[in-house]
Write a protein that binds this ligand. Structure first.
Ligand code: CP
Ligand code: NVA
Length: 309
């Protein structure tokens, strides 16, 4: 009797290995090239993606929805407010039901444990579209964008300025897998926590009190909002604590002369980044946003069909 192959989920960056990332980056480049040439690429005809949003989104919604249609499939969009998820139907029951009707599920939610419970009861692959702890699809797009502009990220230095949040945690996971270093500078009280980040050691990152020192010599400088979704009650305290953690032209000046600036967006100019930086020549934020769609198309294809020639 043949064995059913194990379902491959993408719940955090460490769910894939370096060789799988190498494949995905090559595949995303091909898929992007075809998209730009208006060449059809439809390996997922008759497949359906369910997208579940318990938090707001612009990029994740559009990139998954447009991407799935381009692959020949279709999508179902659910939110907490318009489904039984908002009326306390257990996550396990939701997973059992939804995964009998679709081929793939993308979830944006609060605790990582919630998406893990869903995945544990799902018959189909589950993709993390952002949780409190991680945002793997974003870092997948960011590293693809870095490679497009500068080549391999191995051996490079990424400066993280700001909150020790889901983005920071995911950068740390990526650094262990892909062999680069992260310089992390956060206000005190907002540090990264190695156990939450889910990394094996502190070998791939260094902590700096002064954000300027974190940026010194960096190949990529990146940041995120001071207050992530779900933490709005802390807004005032965070505005005070993060005042010095604004990526400005001085920080970019001490980085490598060809350093890139990235931000997952949405951004608040004048808070975590100066307008001159995000709208300046080193910023690649619009490529980053667009690349969400190309890398996620490669990811969805990979989770459902495996490696293709
Ligand atoms: N970067 C990102 O995930 O954007 P959205 O919140 O708009 O999806
Ligand atoms: N850290 C932010 C990222 C938004 C895309 C948040 O979780 O709200």
């Amino acid at each position: 009797m043949s064995q059913t192959p194990a379902i491959k989920h993408y719940l955090q960056f460490s769910d894939l290995a370096a060789d799988e990332y190498a494949y995905l980056f090559t595949r995303a480049a091909l898929i992007k090239k075809k998209f730009k040439a208006y060449e059809k690429h439809q390996p997922l005809v008759d497949r359906t993606l369910a997208m579940i949003f318990e938090k707001a989104s612009t990029r994740t919604r559009v990139s998954f929805e447009a991407g799935m249609y381009q692959l020949g499939g279709s999508v179902v969009h659910l939110t907490t407010g318009d489904s039984q998820l908002g009326r306390a139907e257990p996550i396990e029951d939701s997973a059992k039901v939804i995964s009998r009707m679709v081929d793939l599920v993308m979830i944006r939610t609060f605790e990582q444990t919630k998406i893990e419970s869903f995945a544990a009861h799902s018959r189909v692959p589950v993709i993390n579209g952002l949780t409190n702890e991680f945002h793997p699809c974003q870092i997948l797009a960011d590293i693809f964008t870095y490679i497009e502009h500068r080549g391999s990220i191995a051996g490079k230095t990424v400066a993280w300025v700001g909150d020790g949040n889901n983005m920071a945690n995911t950068w740390l996971q990526a650094s262990e897998i892909l062999g680069f270093t992260v310089h992390v500078s956060t206000p005190s009280g907002y540090e990264v926590d190695q156990s939450i980040a889910g990394i094996r050691s502190s070998d791939s990152y260094k902590v700096f009190k002064d954000p300027m020192e974190a940026c010194r010599g960096a190949d990529l400088v990146t940041t995120d909002v001071w207050t992530s979704m779900g933490y709005e009650a802390e807004n005032e305290a965070r505005r005070a604590a993060f005042a010095e953690w604004c990526v400005d032209t001085e920080m970019m000046r001490v980085a490598q002369p060809d350093a890139l600036f990235m931000h997952c967006l949405p951004a608040h100019r004048g808070e975590e980044v100066e307008a001159e930086v995000i709208d300046g020549p080193q910023s690649v934020v619009w490529d980053e946003a667009e690349n969400r769609m190309h890398v996620q198309k490669a990811l969805m294809e990979y989770l459902l069909l495996g490696r293709l020639a």
